[in-house]
Design a protein around this ligand. Structure first.
Ligand code: NAD
Length: 259
């Protein structure tokens, strides 16, 4: 049986890649494509972009929806998927920890699976794992994340997730730093308060998504870096999540749980 996949945000940079990946995967079929932009555009034979999720789903009856839209709409979209009892794979970033807690509760109440990952690329997951390991051994660390200049939220979901993982094993990354004053506000980036970890977000054309975690201790530095060269790197992880969620009804946060 093929998995019927709806793609929401289908005209976006990630959404277009998901449509291609679903069409190329023999275990999936594209059920419908939804976006606020490009309504009516044919994405494949017989399937054109629609603008209303409820209407599209009522006809296409997807098994799973993959959502790559925008931080400003994602929470409401997930509430709708729960209400419609359609399992979801969420790549859209920008959800707060309170919202994530609410979504987990909704998933249990509605017995509807929901898989959220701030990063679907396997290399980035490994970068986070290695950063967590190194965090045990270094007194200081800072995160630099690099994205294209159309990214709306900062810092990236990946940077926040990396900071969370590192904070589980080290509670202060500014050990022995002197008192700091900023002559220009924001020069030191944002502070992840759980562990005093500074995060710097860089936005410019030329990047898809990169992250470097820089560690320092007396007499040495270590850099762990991952670069997404193009958006194909996320598709293996997205399809893995689709295959997971179709068989499970739980809430899951992070691709590392199923790698
Ligand atoms: N989890 C990951 O691995 C990963 C990787 C890359 C990007 N992202 C995230 O995915 C999201 C999308 O990124 P992008 O670069 O494709 O953005 P994009 O702006 O190119 O695409 C977003 C698309 O969503 C559409 N959209 C917005 N609101 C909508 C709504 N209410 N209903 C339907 N469609 C709607 C827009 O018209 C647009 O086509 C961002 O939050 C980004 O940070 C996640």
């Amino acid at each position: 049986m093929t998995i019927k996949v709806a793609v929401v945000g289908a005209m976006g940079k990630m959404g277009q890649e998901v449509v291609k990946a679903v069409l190329a995967d023999a275990s999936c079929e594209l059920a419908c494509a939804v976006d606020k932009f490009g309504v009516g555009t044919l994405v494949t034979e017989n399937i054109s972009v629609q603008d209303d999720i409820k209407t599209a789903f009522s006809v296409a009856k997807p098994d799973v929806v993959v959502d790559f839209t925008q931080p400003s709409v994602i929470y409401e979209n997930i509430k709708l998927y729960m209400q419609l009892k359609v399992k979801s794979v969420i790549g859209t970033t920008g959800l707060t920890s309170e919202q994530l807690n609410d979504i987990e509760k909704m998933s249990i109440e509605n017995n509807t699976g929901c898989f959220i990952a701030p990063n679907f690329s396997t290399g980035a997951i490994l970068m986070m794992k290695f950063a967590q390991e190194a965090a045990k051994y270094f007194s200081n660390a800072e995160i630099l994340e690099f994205h294209h200049n159309q990214k709306k939220d900062a810092p990236s979901g990946t940077a926040i997730k990396t900071a969370e993982l590192m904070s589980e094993v080290n509670s202060n990354f500014k050990l022995n730093n002197c008192d700091e004053t900023e002559t220009i506000e924001g020069s030191r980036g944002g502070c992840f308060e759980k562990s005093n970890l500074q995060i710097h977000a860089i936005r410019m054309p030329g990047f898809v998504a990169s992250q470097e975690v820089v560690f320092g201790s007396s007499g040495q530095t270590l850099k762990i870096r991952h670069d997404s060269i193009n958006r194909e790197c996320y598709m293996g992880g997205v399809l893995m999540a689709v295959n997971y969620v179709v068989k499970n009804n739980n809430f899951m946060y992070g691709l590392e749980n199923i790698l």
